[in-house]
Ligand binder design. Structure first.
Ligand code: SF4
Length: 240
């Protein structure tokens, strides 16, 4: 696939669990390196007059079996060029820890991290929070996400926040989807997935989100993290 000014990528193995016994193919590493190099140089939103400055933030390497899709980097992530490096990231790392991950280093070693748009969109005009990326920005950035989904070919996709949910499980309310795993066709997956990728939606860990003020929603998150514990083990068993 080649997007407008976008990456060239190698064919994926969708619709099945594809073990990669121990090693990551050199062609896969080369393809991913090429995409990441082009992604770092992307200025599409600046050219389109949507951003004053481009600074793509993402992290990951070939062989990772879990791919996380957030909304967009914030100012801290922009400063340090690392996804989920701020307060929301600290909360996300606590969620991973409760799902059995050993700490932030282990999370970053096992999880490819990107987002619906990968440049900091800036603050809201009233300074009450970060601006939600526009539909045009999401559309312009979608080639990069598409490319990562094909080349990384993750077994498990973690969708963080409503913008990511709207891409992977469109038309569903958070209350309907958090706590279970889903197929890309939107069917619930109980037990061990028979196909990959499996989707696992999580609410956004940002303090701006009030969704977790409801105790019932906290219980849904607990179920989601228990599912993450199971699915992370399963994802690892599919190769890498
Ligand atoms: S948000 Fe995405 S498409 Fe827009 S400039 Fe940044 S990397 Fe490019």
């Amino acid at each position: 696939m080649r997007g407008a000014g976008g990456p060239t990528i190698i064919p994926p193995a969708h619709g099945r669990v594809a073990p990669r016994i121990g090693t990551v193919a050199a062609a896969l590493i080369d393809a991913l390196n090429a995409i990441q190099r082009d992604h770092r140089a992307c200025e599409r939103c600046v050219t389109a007059g949507l951003l004053e400055r481009a600074h793509p933030v993402f992290s990951g390497r070939a062989g990772q079996r879990i791919l996380l899709v957030g909304q967009a980097p914030g100012p801290v992530e922009d400063d340090v060029t690392r996804p989920f490096a701020g307060r929301a990231g600290a909360q996300l790392m606590r969620w991973f820890a409760s799902a059995g991950f050993g700490g932030a280093d282990e999370v970053r070693a096992r999880v490819f991290m990107t987002s619906m748009t990968t440049c900091f969109p800036g603050r809201l005009s009233n300074n009450s929070g970060d601006r939600r990326p526009s539909a045009r920005e999401v559309a312009l950035c979608s080639d990069w996400l598409d490319a990562y989904l094909e080349v990384v070919d993750p077994a498990l996709i973690l969708c963080i926040g409503t913008l990511a949910h709207s891409r992977f499980l469109p038309g569903r309310r958070l209350e309907e989807i958090v706590g279970r795993a889903w197929s890309v066709e939107g069917e619930p997956i109980d037990g061990v997935p028979q196909v990959s990728p499996a989707l696992l939606p999580l609410p956004h860990p940002s303090g701006q989100s009030r969704w977790l003020n409801d105790p019932g929603h906290v219980r849904m998150l607990d179920r989601a993290l228990e599912r993450l514990r199971e699915l992370a083990r399963w994802a690892q068993s599919t190769g890498g």
